[in-house]
Write a new protein. Structure first.
Length: 209
């Protein structure tokens, strides 16, 4: 059995996730934190967030589902955004033929995006409901850092044959398994020769209008 990640290390990753989303103007819910980090119980995510508040790294606005914020002292002046090409749609459900239909450019200002070069980023509009448990809904735009590999539990864009999908990556007995975050959908166990990781989802963008 592999050793468990130290709580402080996990909390640092949660803080970075929260900070990136808050700076991008997209505060996540506690359940989104739970889904992103693969916690079995929402209370685990809540406990990490409350500890970050106690440490002064986050502020809490009572009575709001997305009530976490950055303390004013931690917000610095943001550098100019990088731009990711919006390349059409990606299926979050059953596999569907990959579509590349450039719609324009999406400005991205999260820290993880700024660490990447602009040519390493692309964006896709989501269709389907298989990732709703991770807070990725139909019509959302996922910002993806192009990379051929990803870690266990990462949300990835994968190409299976000539079809693309967005799923959570699991490795079981040395094989890639593409797992939905919605119990109504089946996991995908592709043939190793037909599956390729295109990139890791680093941000979710949602527009209400």
């Amino acid at each position: 059995m592999s050793p468990k990640t130290p709580p402080g290390e996990t909390r640092d990753k949660i803080y970075q996730f929260m900070r990136d989303r808050l700076l991008a103007g997209q505060p996540p819910t506690v359940r989104e934190v739970q889904g992103t980090f693969g916690f079995s119980a929402v209370q685990t995510a809540q406990a990490h967030l409350e500890q970050l508040v106690a440490e002064g790294r986050l502020a809490k606005q009572p009575g709001r589902a997305r009530g976490y914020a950055l303390p004013e002292s931690s917000v610095d002046f943001a550098p100019p955004p990088v731009f990711a090409p919006l390349l059409g749609h990606i299926q979050a459900g059953n596999l569907q033929a990959a579509i590349e239909d450039r719609e324009g450019m999406v400005p991205v200002q999260s820290r993880s995006a700024r660490r990447a070069k602009s040519e390493q980023l692309f964006a896709l509009r989501v269709r389907g409901e298989s990732m709703t448990g991770a807070g990725i809904l139909p019509g959302d735009i996922v910002i993806v850092r192009a990379q051929p590999h990803a870690d266990q539990g990462d949300i990835v864009v994968a190409l299976v044959g000539d079809e693309a999908t967005v799923k959570r990556l699991r490795i079981r007995r040395g094989r890639i398994v593409l797992v939905p975050d919605n119990p109504a959908f089946e996991q995908i166990v592709p043939d190793p020769d037909e599956c390729r990781i295109l990139g890791k989802v680093i941000e979710v963008r949602r527009y209400l209008d």
